[in-house]
Design a protein around this ligand. Structure first.
Ligand SMILES: NC(=O)c1ccc[n+]([C@@H]2O[C@H](COP(=O)([O-])OP(=O)(O)OC[C@H]3O[C@@H](n4cnc5c(N)ncnc54)[C@H](O)[C@@H]3O)[C@@H](O)[C@H]2O)c1
Length: 288
């Protein structure tokens, strides 16, 4: 659904790739954007380009490391100071897999100390997005219903590896699966509160997330996802759209809604429902 002119979008990781394409598309529709990126230089340059083209301030850049709460808090505060409200938050910043452990090798294993894993992939792709979500939901909660009929909409960029395991990318898959089930869980909680939470989950898209050489065999086999089709999925979740708790997925030129796992759900539902009731009682939450 189209956005209303003047609606404000906060996008992490918007200096490059999917976030950058999304910011461009939103500004072209009359929106205002906050570019929250670790690469402050690229973010500022991009914001200046958008402003020059529009002839007014349609974009601001905030240098943000999404894994640092204080950075993200400052970014949200700056966004609200400048544009008064935030209609859409895109928790999008992410990185490709970084090896968390050395390659399996029983020959050399005993000569290495037991190493602390590198959890950077999970820190950025899971914790960073959760910080963005926490700020988005609290910002939406304290603002009135906006021009499209909502307090706000949160969209988290996941991946098809949120559903499918990957032997080469265990932390990426774990983070994206975490995002998908976080999205479905919070979508249940915020349903009926004029807030929607959804995910867009592409397969491989040609962006600077990985070295160019990685994309060559995918390009040859036509396995890269069409970035316009990815943008179309984001757009389905905006404006007056009432979609909530959905994972909109893309592979090459195919788009689909990925269903939630319902295997054995009926058998588990009584206990799952009761645990929610009891936990809300324990936490003193009367809204649920
Ligand atoms: N490109 C793909 O194949 C693909 C497929 C599925 C999902 N995704 C997801 O899409 C999202 C965007 O990826 P992309 O392909 O556009 O990548 P990209 O590398 O082009 O852009 C990512 C941006 O995020 C920023 N960033 C990285 N770490 C950050 C941090 N800690 N704080 C703030 N900004 C940070 C980078 O500076 C960069 O500008 C990611 O969540 C990624 O996992 C990408």
């Amino acid at each position: 659904m189209p956005i209303s002119p003047g609606e404000v979008s906060y996008i992490t990781g918007a200096a490059s790739g999917i976030g950058r394409a999304l910011a461009t598309s939103l500004v072209n529709q009359g929106g205002l954007v906050i570019i929250a990126d670790l690469n402050g230089e690229a973010g500022s340059k991009f914001a200046a380009e958008l402003n020059d083209k529009a002839g007014s301030v349609v974009a601001i850049s905030v240098k943000t490391n999404t894994t640092i709460w204080e950075d993200q808090l400052a970014g949200f505060q700056e966004a609200v100071r400048t544009f008064k409200r935030i209609d859409y938050v895109f928790a999008n910043a992410g990185i490709a897999e970084r090896p968390w452990l050395p390659p399996f090798d029983p020959e050399t294993a005993a000569s290495r100390p037991l190493l602390k894993p590198d959890l950077a992939t999970a820190d950025i792709n899971l914790t960073g997005q959760l910080y963005t979500a926490a700020l988005a939901l609290q910002t939406f909660e304290r603002q009135e219903i906006g021009p499209s009929g909502f307090r706000g909409k949160l969209i988290l960029t996941a991946s098809v590896f949120g559903y499918f395991p990957s032997r080469a990318m265990p932390l990426y898959a774990a983070s994206k699966a975490g995002i998908i089930n976080f999205m479905r869980s919070t979508a249940q909680y915020y349903a009926g509160k004029n807030i929607t939470i959804n995910s867009v989950a592409p397969n491989l898209v040609d962006t600077p997330i990985a070295p160019e050489v990685l994309f060559i065999p995918f390009r040859e086999r036509k396995l890269l996802s069409d970035i316009q089709l990815v943008l179309d999925q984001f757009e389905k979740l905006l404006g007056e759209s009432t979609l909530n708790g959905q994972a909109l997925s893309v592979k090459a030129d195919n788009a689909w809604v990925h269903p939630a796992d319902t295997h054995m759900l009926e058998e588990n539902l009584p206990a799952c429902d009761l645990i929610s009731v009891e936990i809300f009682k324990l936490f003193g939450d009367k809204t649920a």
